[in-house]
Design a protein around this ligand. Sequence first.
Ligand code: SF4
Ligand code: SF4
Length: 379
Amino acid sequence: MGAQVSIKKCQDYSYDQVYRAVKEGVDLLGGMGSFVSTGERVLLKPNFLVGRSPEKCVNTHPAVVKAVAQLVLETGARPMIGDSPQMGSALKVAEKCGVAEAARELGIEIVEFEPVDVKHPQGKCFKQFTVGKVVLEADKIINLPKLKTHGLTFLTLAVKNVFGCIPGIRKAQWHVRTAHKGSAYFSQMLLDLYTLVNPVLSITDGIVAMQGKGPGFGDPHDLGLIISGTDALAVDAVITAVLGLPPKRFPTLKVALNEHYDTARLSSVNVLGEPIDKVTAHDFHFPPEITEMKGLIKSILGFLKGPLTTHPCIDTKLCRQCNNCVEACPLHCISAGEGGFAINSKECIQCLCCMEVCPHGAVDLREGALLKLFKHQKK
Ligand code: SF4
Ligand code: SF4
């Protein structure tokens, strides 16, 4: 039997509805009791990007986290909630996005990720990671992604959500380590990290998804779905189909298909609950595809990088000079000048950490002048 993924409809975030949809979705996969056992410590890993209120759809909604925590409690297991945002603590983000209140209601703990090194001999390309200690100590991990767009990875779904297991600003170093081979190499790292973290379930909050300018300042899209599965790649394959996106346009799936990960193929997935064609979104807005320069082309045409690629720019009218992006940039290529904060596009590796941490939506993606011209001529 291939990987199983369930799709359940859920119109809004009223708790009873969410609990029912999550429970029915997990029941289709065998029930929570088949994934966690009495007494086990279960880490629930939501997406905690930055501290914003739930209606901004930036983080996994508190009702979804609470419903999963309640199901885990009902099995007699011991849930805890943890993630590592790029900046600040998990608790701070949890307070702002409503998850801390849900955790208090159920009497469960929010945990921080203390860094610890771990070897991963099974990794195809990357055999060593630094992850949160609790990620290794937990008996089971349940992955709780938010269905969102992302300027760098196009979408951030179940596989990408495990990137939060790397503590805080250390995430940025992975962008530096993988940048010379382009975004496909970053996806390869995500796949290796996923096989290390190995969550027993991925339950996706796709009730109100984020479209457009993700991951921090996109627009809400009422998708009305909870999508759950035992295999995060299979979950990503199903979500991509629901959004009507060819898998080859989603870098993580493209790399996984090239690397022969079986569960990345939709045909190998057993879809339960709602059929995909009954819940397909026809009007979901994707972010612009990032155009990058790598390898030989970069060494020869590096001086044209700015005009030939898609790169982040700071809108000085929106920028409040909080310095977050400067602190987050692993290449130190953001500086304050007379005209305000600016990015040196020659140095930039397009990791978009600056976009993730900007609390004012002042970082946007822009196409270079030559790239625009080529695209125009192609049309
Ligand atoms: S400017 Fe932004 S996208 Fe470029 S390297 Fe720095 S953080 Fe990454
Ligand atoms: S994070 Fe945003 S608001 Fe803060 S300095 Fe950078 S661009 Fe400006």
